[in-house]
Design a protein around this ligand. Structure first.
Ligand SMILES: Cc1cc2nc3c(=O)[nH]c(=O)nc-3n(C[C@H](O)[C@H](O)[C@H](O)COP(=O)(O)OP(=O)(O)OC[C@H]3O[C@@H](n4cnc5c(N)ncnc54)[C@H](O)[C@@H]3O)c2cc1C
Length: 498
């Protein structure tokens, strides 16, 4: 069998890439070793620009369950320190609370709508590549077979066989000193504060819902997630006890007592189990030295793994997929300008480096000990300054990404602002087809400096060229197209769209 693109892995990032390729006219084949979608729960939500990105593909409303556009969130946490985002005039921070299982289900439905073939129970076991293509060895329900493809994408998670067989190293650190315990469990009803939805524990005090809560002995989380059998209760300890064996509720309760210093009864919820989720020992922070080896590319966890603190994983991985999709499709179609596919790594690896930096910094801020308490007091002071709130909000959401696109307009290389266009159409509705757009705010001739067309942005702009991934490839503020601005637009079109 000969195909253009094979994606190994039908996790969220492989499925997103499949949708993007299909929108761009390339039908990939997705191989997934699991016969059915996993019921394992990982992410509980999407954090950052990814929420707006899904909106720009019409996928946000499928997850949110209504037609309203996403709204920024007034508060979040950085390293278990509250950040008041309401102080920002142009708050870039969006979150969507939704379990990963649901995200994967939605993306799979979308991929099937877009005629993507997903083969479940088919495991990639090996490959070889040469200048013209990649030969894959696959183990399917009916036995082993081979596939010839022009490109292979490793979307096969942190233990990626694609990355290993491509000889791409995965430098970083593995720590073994933390134990995180997580279960769906109930606490005594009188501990729940109806006013805040969080806990108010006698002898301890209030614990807000959904946010990491740190003490000098560890972390505690109380998250009454909608649609789950009981609140999610989680502890993280350093150099803790009972590292081995399956998690029990008694063990979770003992851990909560150590972390909070008071007794908190943790019981099973009503109804069918299993209610216990997992015990995770240690963690990995690793970044692939390259995202590409010839005709093999990596996306998502195959390219980077880091702590889940702050929930950056899918913000990073799904935007890898959207960055890669249109570039790879152009390459396969033969319309890609020289070097376009290489910009996937040059644009996305630095973004992953920043996520690694942010998650390491947050891991330091939640660690036990009185020195860390001092560091947190200092950070709390710093977060009283809206300029620092802006900086952290930009970092965690990914709103500070600026790709090098060869244009010096302040919007160039940045995520295009949300725009209301003619007839009340939102930019996010225009971009659902995944195509590039030239947006002219002047009614046809760049007639006036239309700052009014850019809510939240005081940047004069009369026209902009939008890449399929929602980033601005070129922008201008000249009131009338002149020879220079036309030439720079032409250069941008050639550079990004061929
Ligand atoms: C406890 C926990 C909590 C998290 N919380 C959050 C959160 O709140 N927000 C957030 O954004 N992120 C969170 N994350 C991170 C997020 O879950 C991952 O970033 C995400 O799952 C990565 O998606 P992926 O598609 O790259 O890889 P995966 O989800 O790992 O999918 C890879 C797929 O490839 C398949 N596969 C593997 N090998 C092969 C092969 N050889 N052939 C065929 N198929 C193969 C696997 O079966 C799997 O289906 C969390 C992670 C954990 C562990």
């Amino acid at each position: 069998m000969i195909t253009d693109v094979v994606i190994a892995g039908a996790g969220p990032n492989g499925l997103m890439l499949a949708c993007e390729l299909s929108l761009a006219g390339i039908r990939p084949l997705v191989l997934e070793r699991l016969p059915e979608r996993t019921q394992e729960n990982r992410a509980n939500g999407l954090v950052g620009q990814v929420v707006r990105m899904l909106d720009r593909r019409g996928l946000y409303e499928r997850l949110a369950g209504n037609q309203d556009p996403p709204r920024p969130t007034p508060g979040f946490v950085f390293g278990a320190l509250p950040i008041d985002l309401s102080v920002l005039d142009d708050n870039p921070f969006y979150i969507l609370q939704v379990p990963q299982r649901r995200i994967e289900q939605m993306l799979e439905e979308r991929a099937v709508e877009l005629a993507v073939e997903i083969r479940r129970g088919h495991e990639l076991t090996g490959f070889t590549q040469d200048a013209d293509g990649v030969t894959l060895q696959v183990s399917g329900p009916a036995g082993p077979y081979t596939i010839e493809t022009r490109y292979l994408i490793g979307a096969d998670g942190g233990h990626s066989i694609v990355r290993k067989l491509a000889g791409i190293t995965f430098p970083g650190v593995t720590t073994d000193h933390t134990i995180a315990r997580t279960a769906h469990a109930v606490v005594p009803a009188e501990f729940v504060d109806p006013a805040t939805g969080g806990l108010d524990i006698p002898g301890y005090g209030p614990i807000p819902q959904f946010l990491h809560h740190r003490t000098e002995r560890g972390l505690f989380v109380y998250a009454p997630l909608p649609g789950t059998p009981a609140p999610l209760i989680s502890t993280t300890e350093w150099n803790g006890q009972d590292a081995e064996g399956p998690l029990t509720l008694a063990e979770l309760q003992a851990s909560a007592r150590r972390v909070l210093g008071v007794n908190i009864v943790v019981g099973p919820p009503d109804g069918q189990g299993p209610h216990l989720m997992r015990k995770l020992n240690g963690g990995n922070t690793r970044l692939a030295e390259r995202f590409r080896d010839g005709r093999v590319l990596l996306v998502g966890d195959a390219a980077h793994v880091h702590s889940a603190i702050g929930g950056p994983g899918l913000n990073l991985g799904l935007q890898d997929a959207v960055n890669l999709g249109w570039k790879l499709a152009a390459d396969v179609r033969g319309t890609a300008p020289a070097g376009l596919l290489d910009t996937y790594e040059s644009e996305r690896r630095p973004v992953a480096e920043r996520v690694v930096m942010s998650s390491r910094a947050q891991s330091a801020l939640i660690a036990p000990g009185s020195e860390v308490t001092g560091l947190r007091a200092l950070f709390t002071e710093l977060l009283g300054d809206p300029r620092n709130v802006r900086r952290i909000a930009d970092l965690m959401s990914g709103a500070d990404i600026r790709y090098e696109v060869g244009s010096d307009h302040p919007l160039a290389g940045r995520w295009a602002p949300d725009l209301d266009l003619e007839d009340g159409v939102r930019l996010a509705e225009l971009t659902r087809d995944g195509r590039p757009h030239l947006i002219d705010f002047t009614g046809g001739d760049w007639g006036y400096p239309a700052t009014a067309g850019l809510p939240g942005s005081a940047v004069p702009c009369t026209a902009l060229l939008l890449r399929p991934d929602g980033y601005v490839a070129w922008a201008t503020d000249v009131p009338q197209p002149d020879a220079e601005s036309r030439a720079s637009l032409r250069t941008a079109i050639q550079r990004w769209l061929g």
